[in-house]
Structure formats: structure tokens, C-alpha cells
Design a binder for this molecule. Sequence first.
Ligand SMILES: [Ca+2]
Ligand SMILES: [Ca+2]
Length: 156
Amino acid sequence: MRFRIPIVLATALVVLTGALGAGSAAVAAPATKQGDVGTNAVTRYWIFVHTANIQDAGTDATVRMKVYGTLADSPGYVNLDNSADNFERNSNDTFGPFSWFDIGRPDFIGVYKGSNGSEWYPEYAMVYSEATRIWYQCPMNAYYGDGEETRWFDCP
Ligand SMILES: [Ca+2]
Ligand SMILES: [Ca+2]
């Protein structure tokens, strides 16, 4: 009799621990939140950038973008480059397709500019989802200097 209570308590603890473990596993299982590349169906995305039509707006620097969605994020910063001379004054550059796990609705973007080119003045970016067939608008109107810099913009 004298060992019965501790054994019951130990059993209760094991059950409780098991329940807690199962609970956190259930919460963690759907990897569909910001900070994650997600596990949903793969969708193709396109990225469009308009560089402003003002003096010295263009650059030859490296530009990379990360898209933060309501369900997940793009897998890191993707390099924005194609065969054209990109990010010149008043230019429209389209990049893609990029195959990512569904990020949901684009919430905001992070845009990196390298120091290997002059200043840059992008006016806006758009992210297109082939799943929803919507161009999501991300106003920028930002001035990047000669140096390396990352800035973030809402896609309201
Ligand atoms: Ca250029
Ligand atoms: Ca290029």
C-alpha cells in the first residue's frame, strides 16, 4: 500500500506528459506560418519590379528579394536577374517562374541591393501567384544608396 500513491502519480505524470507532447506536436505539425517555407502544394510565382523614371534611378547592382506570405515565406532571398540589363531607369523587369510551397497572400517583401552597383530607386514591385492569378502590389518608392542595403515593404 505504501508505494501505491507514488505509482499512481508517476502514471498520471506519464499520461500528462504524453498528452502535452501530443498537444505540441499537433500545434507544430502544419508548417504554415511566417518564417517557414511551408509544406503546402507547390505554386509558381513571378516577380515584377518597376524602377522609377527619375534621374540616376537605375543600377547594375545585385538585387535579391524574399517574399513573406500569410502561410509561409519564399525559400530565402531569390536573385532577381535575367538576360536583360535589369533595374535601369523606367524599366519593367519580370523574373520567374519560381516554384515555392504556397505562401498564401504576400504580406511584405524584403529587398536586398548589393554594393556592386550605383544607387537605385525602385518604385514598386508585384508578386504574381499562378494559383490565385493575382498580382499583389508592393509599393516601394525607396532610395537605395551605393552601399549594401536591405529594406522591407508592405504589400497592402
Ligand atoms: Ca542595370
Ligand atoms: Ca540581367
